[in-house]
Design a protein around this ligand. Structure first.
Ligand code: GTP
Ligand code: MG
Length: 447
């Protein structure tokens, strides 16, 4: 590893844009993000911004003060992280004022994603998001320059033409990447289709970055996935087959961590990576309950899930794994346990909360049981009578449900399968001549 680049981190606390979190907690998170890409943070501070300046966002006095602070540090830091979204103009003006490279929040998260992406798809998505970001800067700075020059510019055409050709080069690259991404996605869709054929239920671990998803994933699979005290240690979903206590096989999927103010460019770019979550039968929301902002983090995760199209009234079971209980004081632990048990009483197959520690293993068995419960609540073993000719109905069941057994009943067929109530309803609507074998038997018995 090369020597760490030293950097200072500024969190602009913009009046009117305050979130549920204290500026200091936001700053701390930004420092954590910066550390995730091996930067050496030599100074970190909150800059209050009463009225964002169009030219620099941060006020004149503060910009100067930060410049002096940079000069006072030896060696002078090469990088300033500004933990907010900067316009291209603000970005450039700050770089000029401080004579240092500036990364805003979007650029920082792009850097992190770039370092962590492991699969071909993840890499392509990051590259694409990066190019789109660059292109937006290029276009806007070009318009800006043109305006400054008052049309027929001092620098004349060549500069503009240079930017034009840069932009075209970026466009070409974007088109090429999109094509590659499409190929990779096709392969992925095929793999997913294969998984559907062997219809194991999918369990998706989601949660705020650093909540402990990969640690829990490891504990649950004993597989070796990178688990580190680095934010965004996992970028691509990792999937492993696991056996639930009853012996039922399921697929467990670890995913990239969510974060507040995820740049919109990235939400779009990572939608595909998170597609597995959309298809999950059970969602396990891993939360770091030892974190002071655990409630704000929870809301962030829920709002990202919503942008992905997973609504709160989704009928899919969500289990909250209240992780890191080993770090709680006795009093805090009692509170967490109380919340969890109240919710469990209320839960009619809805939200359940299970206190766990992914590192010590405490409560993980309860979590397994809750997952199993949620899955079996959703899927029931059902015997269906399919009158001849049953080819299409039989094929439908094989494609979408877990067929356990088939027996002939004269010319008809009885298929025993595991399926959800919803699938059962769909099936009986599509194939009106089919019916539940139990009803059929009852009808015969009554005759
Ligand atoms: N004390 C304690 N630490 C934990 C627990 N679970 C995870 N950690 C630590 O929290 C840090 C983050 O864990 P990860 O499993 O990498 O978190 P993650 O949610 O996968 O993070 P991203 O992939 O970055 O989104 C690591 O240092 C873990 O050792 C726990 O139950 N107790
Ligand atoms: Mg992880």
């Amino acid at each position: 590893m090369t020597d760490a680049i030293s950097a200072i981190v500024i969190h602009p606390a913009i009046r009117g844009q305050e979130s549920a979190r204290a500026p200091n907690a936001r700053l701390e998170e930004a420092v954590g993000l910066a550390a995730a890409i091996n930067l050496k943070i030599v100074k970190a501070e909150v800059a209050s911004v009463a009225h964002p300046r169009p030219a620099t966002q941060i006020g004149v006095g503060k910009v100067e003060e930060i410049g002096h602070a940079l000069d006072a540090i030896s060696p002078r830091p090469e990088l300033v992280i500004v933990d907010s979204a900067l316009s291209p103009v603000q970005h450039r003006n700050l770089e000029k004022a401080w004579n240092a490279k500036v990364l805003d929040r979007t650029a920082l998260i792009l850097e992190i994603f770039g370092e962590r992406a492991q699969t071909a798809e993840g890499r392509l998505q990051v590259d694409l998001a990066h190019l789109a970001y660059q292109r937006s800067r290029l276009v806007r700075s070009w318009t800006h320059l043109e305006r400054q020059r008052g049309g027929a510019g001092f620098l004349g055409g060549p500069g503009e033409r240079q930017i034009e050709s840069d932009r075209r080069a970026l466009d070409d690259q974007i088109v090429r990447l999109k094509k590659k991404l499409e190929d990779v996605r096709r392969t992925r869709t095929l793999q997913r289709a294969k998984r559907k054929k062997a219809p194991h239920p999918v369990i998706a671990l989601v949660g705020y970055t650093n909540a402990g998803k990969s640690t829990l994933f490891n504990r649950m699979t004993k597989a070796s996935v990178k688990a580190q005290d680095l934010l965004f240690a996992t970028l691509d979903p990792t999937m492993r087959a696991i056996d639930l206590p009853s012996g039922v096989r399921a697929i467990l999927s670890d995913t990239v961590g969510f974060i507040s103010d995820l740049p919109t460019e990235l939400v779009a770019a990572f939608r595909a990576t998170l597609e597995e979550v959309l298809e999950a039968d059970v969602i396990v929301h891993v939360r770091d309950v030892s974190h002071p902002d655990t409630d704000a983090q929870r809301s962030d995760v829920i709002s990202v899930l919503r942008t992905l199209g997973i609504a709160e009234d989704d009928e899919r079971p969500v289990i909250e794994a209240l992780n890191k209980v080993d770090q709680l004081s006795d009093d805090e632990l009692m509170d967490v346990r109380a919340i969890a048990s109240v919710d469990r009483l209320n839960a009619e197959g809805a939200l359940q909360r299970i206190p766990i520690s992914a590192t010590t293993g405490e409560g993980v068995k309860n979590l397994f049981d809750a997952i199993e419960g949620a899955l079996t609540a959703a899927h029931e073993t059902t015997a269906l009578l399919l009158p001849a000719p049953f080819g299409a109905a039989r094929a439908w069941l094989h494609q979408r449900t877990e067929v356990l057994n088939e027996t002939a009943s004269g010319v008809d067929l009885v298929v025993t399968t595991r399926l959800s109530k919803k699938a059962e309803g769909q099936f009986l609507k599509l194939f009106p001549s089919a019916r539940l074998a139990s009803e059929h038997a009852a009808a015969l018995g009554g005759a």
